[in-house]
Design a protein around this ligand. Sequence first.
Ligand code: ADP
Length: 402
Amino acid sequence: MKILVINAGSSSMKYQLIDMTDESVIAKGNCERIGAGGHFKHSTGDGRVYETDVVMNNHTEAFVQIKNALLSEEYGVIKNLDEVSAVGHRIVQGGALFSKSVIVTEEVIKGIESLIPLAPLHNAAHVQGIRACLEVFGKDVPEVVVFDTAFHSTMPPKAFIYPVPYEYYEKYAVRRYGFHGTSHRYVSHRCAELMGKDLKDIKMITCHLGNGSSITAIKDGKVIDTSMGLTPLDGIMMGTRTGSLDPSVVTFIAEKEHISPSDMDTLLNKKSGFLGISGVSSDDRDVCAAADAGNERAKLAIEILEYDILKYIGSYTAVLGGVDAIVFTAGIGENQSSHRENVCHALEFMGVKIDDELNRQAVRGAEGKISTPDSKVEVFVIPTNEELVIARDTMALVENNK
Ligand code: ADP
């Protein structure tokens, strides 16, 4: 069975075609600048690459590019479209409506649409992606939706209710939802496998550290808290996002600088974090290089990031009543051994001990344990694979539905 995994954004659409017999990626690519010109890139598992500027006015036209590439004689990977058994879509916001993956129906699409106010850019684009897929692939190819929020739906109210007047929860569903759930789910299950235990028996903290970052506390196999909130802005400092801050900072700056709510949204989401503090870049590699070259603000940005990670691990250890395993994943978590080293050394007081050499080697897709055999807490680096989770969910739902 071959499953097409789609991640539709407002101006881009990433895809992977996964062969579920061995879970290998047989083709992947990205439609960029949809609605504003267009650039298409496609590559196959056996190393063929096709890249071109091509006008894509909307998501339907982007899907046509994907279809043509998959079927192409030169750089295609299938002979007939019916080789694609199903399509799985990544959906950012499932709200309180969706606590697990589901097969797409008109009612499901309406549900995702009803959540657009909670994730205006993302959910609107996802709906465009689902409808475009239906147009190009036809209604005989089942579609499944997998939600970033779903894994976090087990949080108790004390973790998800914000201490603003309760009416805003009732009126607008303002609460913590959490994101990156598919990634936290993948690495937590993989970590349990590596430990040879049931996830239910492990108190775990998973750190997804990328451009966007979130940290999650898992107990009895369920998420009990996570650092992102109503939107992906909450939690630890990120590439261009603030993470948590005193809300008065927002109103104070808005008044002083006469900034509108939408410009403030841009400031908090796009101009802050690593970029805002360092003034160098949103990318951890650039900031680390600048820090090495003596840039004080770049050094400060790194100190803040590591301090934030440390604070979350500390507070979640308290919330969990101890911790058995800590997992690092995503671009920074999988590659930047210096952050892992500094954070883990600061956790030595609670029995965390890492092997510095193993830690330095755990980069560029390597998976494994970086803690020493006598460490009280096992520490892992596990490359995330959200697309594979989406493909597995899609296959399971489609097979169950037969
Ligand atoms: P996104 O949240 O956009 O999916 P990623 O998970 O790809 O982001 O993470 C991007 C971050 O990971 C960037 O800050 C980048 O510096 C860092 N990163 C990615 N690859 C490497 C690498 N090989 N070495 C060091 N840092 C890396």
